[in-house]
Ligand binder design. Sequence first.
Ligand code: PMP
Length: 431
Amino acid sequence: TTRVPLADLSPAELEVFLDRQRAAYQSLLDRGLRLDLTRGKPSEAQLDLADRLLTLPTTRTDADGVDVRNYGGLAGIRQIREIFGELLQVAPEQVVAGGNSSLTMMHDCLTQLLLHGAPGSPRPWVREERVRFVCPVPGYDRHFAMLAHHGIEMVTVPMREDGPDAGVVAALVRDDPSVKGMWIVPTYANPVGAVCSQEVAAALASMPAAAPDFRIFWDNAYAFHHLTEQEAKSADILTLAAVAGHPDRPLVFASTSKITYAGAGVAFLAASADNVAWYLSHQQFASIGPDKVNQLRHAEFFGSAQGVREHMAGHRAILAPKFAAVQAALSAELDGLGVATWTKPTGGYFVSVDVLDGTASRVVALAKAAGIVLTPAGAAFPHGHDPHDRNIRLAPSFPVLDDVQTAMTGVATCIALAAAEHLQARHQTER
Ligand code: PMP
């Protein structure tokens, strides 16, 4: 493009640009939009892909002859554990199939660690003076909110294209026994789309940890959620950790929330045999067994691991054009201005935008006033605080394609306007 970076414009040129952006923003206001891009929810068309579930299961017994309508089977039915075991590269005995939410399983693991510790814990985590977690940022707001809710301190590390900065993580974990765990979304991370490389995974699996019960919460929520034919393969963290002599370090989570129904899918925990036994030894006091009817209908619906992969192609067909629309709108409005950079994810549910430092909140407020609701600025950081006020998470999955296009052009207008205002204010203080 022939655009000049905004920072290079003279005050007079900037004034002209600002007037144009104000006019563009006024026409945005005049449109009276009402669009919501706050959360990574599947669209109605995506949910429809799984509607055959509503006719299943066709039988009342699982492959072991157990009546799925009744109580029991705390670890979940074998058929669904086999399918997701294959997908997650782990033996079915090391997979627990639970209820509809992997976030609940993460929370269960965390609260069990807090109240009881795990084999190898010197004491329950609540009896430690302080408990800290390593948190790659930008990251998933609900991970951080869960820790904050339980009084766990968060230490941020930068997220890079190949996963969290493993050197920084290793240095934090090596000497400080209060660092008890870390979050990671290894595949198509929320929100930056990064895929944790084999090298980073191996480093995390093998790094020395001062806490003997250090845990990696490996949240593989987007493991199969490819947007292109270039399908990322998740590192096999359980094998890497076992080989490195830390078999109990990783707790792997996944779910069908963005495969079938977000509110009525099946969630999974995969871990060492000892961790699975530990998890179930506590879970037995909370449940007489999961929803096996739902598990069986999912097993019938997919048929096999290959069935899951094929089903994901349907999601890709719906999602890829929306992600392309985000790229097209941001490029068309912002390329060359030097006021924003954004990720080009090959999977997952989000685009992460970095705007000019100090303008993210303003962009989100401008968008909101124009009827485009975005995730609050700072949401991808612990306590909702982005130290640079520059990161915005875009979630284009839910609205129809037309609305994604409209919304993104509007967001780009807000980004350019906020940047121009910011630079003009700077010119004025420098004068
Ligand atoms: N982990 C991540 C990284 C997510 O983005 C989400 C959904 N936004 C979840 C977990 C929630 O998973 P579930 O529906 O299985 O609780």
